[in-house]
Design a protein around this ligand. Sequence first.
Ligand SMILES: Nc1ncnc2c1ncn2[C@@H]1O[C@H](COP(=O)(O)OP(=O)(O)OP(=O)(O)O)[C@@H](O)[C@H]1O
Length: 251
Amino acid sequence: MIQSLLEPDRRRAPAGDPAIIARSLRVNRPDGAVLDGVSFEVRQGTVTGLLGPSGAGKTTLLRTIVGVQQVNAGTITVLGHRAGSRQLRSRVGYATQEPAIYPDLTVTELLEYFAAVLGCDDGRVDEVIATVGLDEHSRIRVDRLSGGQKARANLAVALLGSPDLLVLDEPTVGSDPRLRRELWSLFDRMAADGATVLVSSHMLDEASRCGQLLLVQHGRVLAQDTPANLRARTGTDNVEEAFLSLTEGSS
Ligand SMILES: Nc1ncnc2c1ncn2[C@@H]1O[C@H](COP(=O)(O)OP(=O)(O)OP(=O)(O)O)[C@@H](O)[C@H]1O
């Protein structure tokens, strides 16, 4: 069972201010622009789903937000600072699509290592292990975990510092439906506590759980709205149809 994540006395900035402000972002690759004038805002205390076809630029956009992607033009501000600033290091958690975790450590050893790097309180390791539902696997080496368990160990590392902004690249891949539901509940609880959660996903049924959706295609923002408004705008019954209608309409 996934447990509550946040430290009870954790104080965050008031919900509603922008957590991310992107203006005219451009990232070039040798064969063209991967982000082509991307502008959007993500408000604090929200769960935002980043959707788009494969190759749309989602991972590139997430990389610019956490400050590891070279940007050719435009600006990106995160929690009031330039993306990648030193002040953001302990405030932004990032879980990459491919788990970036040491295979020869147990889950507990892995988290203890990163907890030491981050200077986390005693007890935080056990908390995040419970949060992602890996209690029964805490003594298993990472290279012996299933794909979904590895993804959760990766997520646990991102949660360690109780980040104000959590950036997740396809965090529910390989998780069964029960676990996916628990992870989405966790994201909702974090947002209710004032954290901001940005999640890329291919699972369009999950997208309807987000307060906001950011739809990208060919390196551009196609739409940013609530799932209900996207459905209404496109005259469709669900987010999957809305997504197909918007992406087909612009291709
Ligand atoms: N290191 C790189 N060098 C050159 N091109 C790259 C590199 N990384 C990504 N690209 C290209 O940039 C484009 C956007 O890639 P990105 O990974 O951001 O897409 P994505 O929307 O996350 O895709 P997916 O949903 O398949 O993960 C793609 O055309 C991809 O081939």
